[in-house]
Design a protein around this ligand. Structure first.
Ligand code: ATP
Length: 355
């Protein structure tokens, strides 16, 4: 048995009812509704502001019903209604971002996954402590500019949406940096980026065993990031800076990738250790998560971030991916979440996957 995350009180709305899979209409919601529907669940879409008409264009992924509030700030007040619906909230990146991590953490509704992970993910220091103590290699962090001995990326605390980064080729170039708030200087890792979509099930007793359950790899993507991805076409950085053009990493889309097969054991090893450490630190990360890192020419994988819920890159793989096809045909991450909730309910183990 795994670790119970939810109290009986939190789970009370689900007793004797089939859950309604519920999420905010954005990010990966089409996939979540589509997967839930395939597994036979009712679905509810939360929306702030005007009705989301574009869902009509996707009949197989449209939620059965919508619950619309005037603005995002009104969403927490729907808790009573959602408990009455036997809703299980599926968090995604935009959901937590728009609602605010603290409001989300204390929202009194059943949420899929372990909310304790939020404190460890949101804080750059704590996530580094978690990942490094799990044995992951991260980009080097420089205490001050004088230590810098190569290209760096300067990240402001709380930088959001891919903006607020400063790139410098070397220590000299960093002298032009004029900070406007607290920041960290990090080694700029040269290599190729991989965003690996894992799924940890504390319920599973087959496959690649980790912690109390097992680990699956469901897909992999690379993010399209504007304007950095196309910046090279404009030539040298100095000239760009003189022209007032600064690099940004605003995600505009995703492309599918696969990793050299010989590197997969290492990917699993890193992911497994991160899960095991999460169990020791805060009761475990449950369900989908994404390890985001850069493979260098020495084939060293440096992890720069972890996302501890479904990421939008999984939207590429509605009918399966080159990895999930080896687990089960037609398996999206959204569908995998729905399967997990059903299985937990059948086994009477919802407390281990809901908080
Ligand atoms: P998110 O919005 O996903 O939370 P963030 O604002 O926390 O992002 P990061 O994910 O740390 O920012 O970085 C954004 C992008 O910057 C990455 O997708 C990657 O392209 C690039 N990047 C980040 N760290 C490094 C690094 N150390 N070396 C090279 N590129 C990096």
């Amino acid at each position: 048995m795994g670790i119970p995350l939810a109290t009986a009180e939190r789970l009370a709305p689900l007793v004797g009812h089939s859950p309604t899979i519920t999420t905010l209409c954005s990010h990966s919601s089409l996939q979540i509704f589509h997967g839930a529907r395939k597994e036979g669940f009712r679905t509810l879409g939360l929306a702030a502001g005007p009705a989301r008409r574009f869902y009509d264009a996707f009949p197989l992924a449209r939620p059965d019903r919508f619950l619309t509030v005037p603005k995002m700030a009104d969403l927490p007040s729907t808790a009573d209604h959602l408990r009455g619906e036997a809703a299980v909230i599926i968090p995604h990146g935009s959901f937590v971002e728009y609602m605010g991590a603290e409001t989300f953490r204390t929202w009194d509704v059943p949420v899929y996954g372990n909310r304790n992970v939020l404190a460890w993910e949101a804080d750059r220091e704590k996530s580094r402590e978690w990942l490094e103590s799990a044995g992951a290699t991260m980009p080097r962090r420089y205490e001050n500019a004088a230590e810098v001995d190569g290209p760096v990326i300067v990240k402001y605390y709380g930088a959001k949406g891919g903006k607020g980064f400063y790139l410098a080729k070397n220590r000299e170039a960093l002298e032009d940096f004029r900070p406007t708030g607290p920041y960290v200087i990090q080694e700029y890792v040269l290599g190729t980026r991989y965003y690996m979509h894992f799924f940890y099930s504390p319920l599973s007793d087959r496959g690649y065993r980790v912690g109390h359950g097992s680990l699956e790899l469901l897909g992999m993507d690379r993010r399209d990031e504007a304007n950095i991805d196309e910046l090279y076409k404009l030539g040298a950085q100095e000239e760009l800076l003189r022209a007032g053009i600064r690099p940004t990493f605003v995600v505009t889309g995703n492309v599918p990738v696969v990793l050299r097969e010989s590197l997969l054991p290492r990917a699993f090893d890193v992911a497994a250790k991160i899960v095991e450490r999460s169990i020791e630190l805060f009761g475990g990360m449950v369900g989908p998560f994404c390890i985001e890192g850069i493979m260098t020419e020495e084939l060293e994988f440096k992890v720069f971030e972890i996302s501890t819920r479904i990421v939008a890159g999984t939207n590429l793989f509605i009918s399966g991916s080159p990895y999930s096809d080896f687990v089960e045909p037609n398996l999206s991450t959204g569908r995998r979440i729905a399967q997990e909730i059903r299985r937990a309910q059948e086994l009477g183990r919802l407390a281990e996957i809901i908080s």
